[in-house]
Design a protein around this ligand. Sequence first.
Ligand SMILES: [Zn+2]
Length: 230
Amino acid sequence: MSQKRKHEIACPLCGREQRVELWDSINVDSEPELREALLLNRVNRVECEGCRKSFRVDKPLIYRDREQDIFVHFDPLVGGRTLAEAEKSFREAMAELDRLLPKDVPPPEAHLVVEWSELVERIFLLEEGLDARLVEHIKYMMYQQNAGKLPAEKKNLLFDAQDSTDDQLCFVVQDRATRKLESVLNFARADYEALVNLFDSGDQLALLEEQFPGPYLSGRLRYLQDLAEP
Ligand SMILES: [Zn+2]
């Protein structure tokens, strides 16, 4: 079941306080139209009753698609919330879920994202049957190979399902400040498949898990962390 409830918010544009109804969780098995609404950026978007401007409220949201086994927790880092706090509460929530589930039911493979663009990207990526950790590993390599041209502190790389083909995985470069989409980088699907095979073995998989211990997976952040290390 999808769930929405009333929240007190202040308009970021004129400051007017108001009570609005926002989604806490959406379940696309029972309400498939919510998937469409989310991908069109219409979920948790409100029109201010004061200035009439429309804006999206960044608040936690759970996206669930049981049929495709997709579970994404969006926990935006607003109001001073840190990534460490988001990871901690995600781990706690997963432990609680594990405790509540019957012993013979495996917990769903849940994903943590902290930016709206990551939420949309992760849904597409999982729908395509791709491995999120591996895709972040590929982004890491792209930042490394394009050092200078693709500054990780300023640019996002987002998997683009619509423009991907049987031969190429398509990634869009997005400016983090302006949110504008600037260019496209391709990664051969054959190379992705080769990586899937490579990381199929235990030793190699351990290396990948060491690079991205999770729960938050980001090739961009990992690359920046490695750059910062002396
Ligand atoms: Zn307003």
